[in-house]
Design a protein around this ligand. Structure first.
Ligand code: NAP
Length: 291
């Protein structure tokens, strides 16, 4: 067996907010895998060069985050079945000079939805966003047998494309796209049991913003799920708290998609025991909440 140190990284722009290095280096240590994981800022126009450099450096695994998840589809040699279904890549494995694109966001989101007392079977969900993460959320909700999914996005064309592609693959699902400035959005939310923010609104430069203009549409029977984990409580989550609406942020999804990426890279069946899950969750929460 080789003693060489395995190299992993996460790429995106911005990337400073990413908790993946802290989490994946924790996993590497816990599972006694000889490796290290770094964050690298890669602009969309530099993606090709960056990938070539990673191959030369002997990197084994790459996580891909916003805004590169769709762009990266142009550079991989093959896609796993899951990446084809989701239509986006958040994980790349470099194996014998081949780039294999995979997606662990859908399973990560689905695992994080297993909250005691909640089931989304036959329920209605509204998703804000139509990027890579929104695609994964749609696939996870279809697997959870959600009855109806509404997608709303700033760029309506993109939302329409997402809907079209998913209906081709899953013809039985009730899926529709509506504009983000549609005055009917508030009524739509009132008829939903799950609201997911899969946009970047609420982090970075838009930290003080929320995708919801009128918090009165939030109601007791709704779970507000913000995929953002930094800040820990986004503006949207603060609105939910004010209205006594249950919420969750992106930390659980981060953990579950992360362990799936590591399993894919090292080809080992790693078990995320409850004690390890709580340990890393506390570490991540502390890191974010100290800001
Ligand atoms: P992406 O593919 O770049 O998509 C970004 C989405 O945000 C698009 O729908 C975009 O709308 C929307 N958006 C950006 N700025 C906006 C604004 N000012 N107003 C309204 N909409 C805006 O990114 P992604 O990979 O899907 O990630 C989306 C979010 O999910 C990010 O916050 C990311 O951190 C989070 N995420 C979390 C996890 C986790 O494990 N917790 C995993 C994946 C993603 P347009 O199409 O109109 O540009």
């Amino acid at each position: 067996m080789s003693n060489s140190v395995l190299k992993f990284c996460v790429i995106g722009d911005p990337i400073d907010h990413s908790l993946s290095p802290l989490m994946q280096n924790f996993f590497l240590k816990k599972f006694k895998i000889n490796g290290n994981y770094a964050a690298k800022r890669v602009k969309i126009n530099d993606l090709k060069n960056a990938i070539q450099s990673f191959m030369i450096e002997g990197v084994t695994g790459i996580n891909v985050t916003t805004p590169l998840k769709n762009e990266v589809l142009n550079f991989v040699d093959e896609l796993t079945c899951e990446a084809k279904i989701v239509g986006s890549v958040n994980t790349i494995k470099i194996s014998n000079g081949n780039l294999i694109g995979h997606n662990t966001d859908a399973i990560g989101f689905q695992t994080s939805l297993q909250i005691p007392g909640y089931s989304f079977k036959d329920k209605t969900a509204i998703i804000f966003g139509a990027g890579g993460a929104a695609r994964a959320v749609v696939v996870a909700l279809i697997r959870e047998q959600c009855n109806k999914i509404v997608i709303t996005n700033r760029n309506l064309e993109k939302a329409n494309r997402l809907v079209e592609g998913m209906i081709n693959r899953f013809p039985k699902i009730q899926l529709e796209a509506i504009p983000m400035d549609n005055p009917e959005i508030c009524n739509q939310i009132k008829s939903c049991q799950l609201l997911v923010n899969a946009t970047t609104v609420g982090m970075g430069n838009s930290r003080d913003q929320s995708i919801i203009q009128n918090k009165d549409c939030l109601h007791e029977g709704l779970l507000v799920y913000d995929l953002i984990y930094r800040p820990y409580r986004t503006r949207l989550i603060q609105q939910a708290e004010t209205c006594h609406v249950p919420w969750t942020n992106g930390i659980d999804m981060l953990i579950f998609q992360g362990i799936e990426s590591l399993k894919f890279w090292v080809d080992q069946n790693l078990t995320l025991e409850e004690s390890i899950y709580f340990e890393i969750k506390n570490i991540l929460r502390r890191e974010v909440c100290q800001e």
